[in-house]
Design a protein around this ligand. Sequence first.
Ligand code: FUB
Length: 325
Amino acid sequence: MNKVFVSLLASFICFACGSSKSKGSFSATDGLKFNNPIITEKYTADAAAIVYDGKVYLYAGHDQAPNDVNAYRMHEWLVYSSPDMIHWTEHPVPLKPTDFKWASGSAWASQVIEKDGKFYWYVTVEHGSIHGKAIGVAVSDSPIGPFEDAIGKALITNNMTTQTKISWDDIDPTVWIDNDGQAYLFWGNTVCKYAKLKPNMIELDGPIMTIDLPNFTEAPWIHKKGDWYYLSYAYQFPEKIAYAMSKSINGPWEFRGILNEVAGNSNTNHQAIIEFKGKDYFIYHNGSIPTHGGSFRRSVCVDRLYYNEDGTMKRVIMTSEGIQE
Ligand code: FUB
């Protein structure tokens, strides 16, 4: 068998078994190994991640805009898993906006959370009949899907919120389940909103509230370390990532400044923060794949995150090397 045939056969076997390995993109000739971006076969953005059963599952939007189109063209979400934050396996496409019959497209930012063995995927999509972006929920028994619409309608629609006249102000859901089992949904563009979720995870349980955060643009992400809650978010535009801290999920939130600078040639940034096997990670995107990478052809990257003794976070240093062995 010649080499081309062997390579084609290997690709076919990977395709047939439904997953493929993602490798680091640029190996330098001087011995440096560049692991950022973590995915180089596709443009990926708005990553969210969970730790489950010894692995990290990373969910991302797929930037599919042709090289001459400077607009979001996102028709599916992708899922990858890793045992070590270095080697990533891509799984079959788990969810598309077309899986929500009421949606008309736009696989914007999302987050998955596990509860009682079920995986709930909160997504941003364009609503088909109610003007503006909306938030839907999909559910699966497995972190890699397949996922299906959990409600049959949107959880949040643009006409449920009145703080702004922006049609895309109900985007970028992030979900948190507190120690007492109460789940919360946070989301928003220009105004950060949040609400309690019922135990079924697919209905709001109370009013939609707002949080006053300086220069809030979008992309809220909640995480906890010790007894501190952290609300990080995209700040200004082009977007830096800033954060606030609180001793309660209901605030008050104290603004603590910039966590991550503008991500190179991408005017958006979108973070996920996780702890995995005793180390803390900051997941974000930039536009670093040459020659067409940029704001609409983005790439997910990972770097280490470090805390100060008082619980504040050190500014994240974005690197080409990323996570090394
Ligand atoms: O990817 C589309 C939108 O851009 C996301 O929803 C925002 O967070 C920004 O990254």
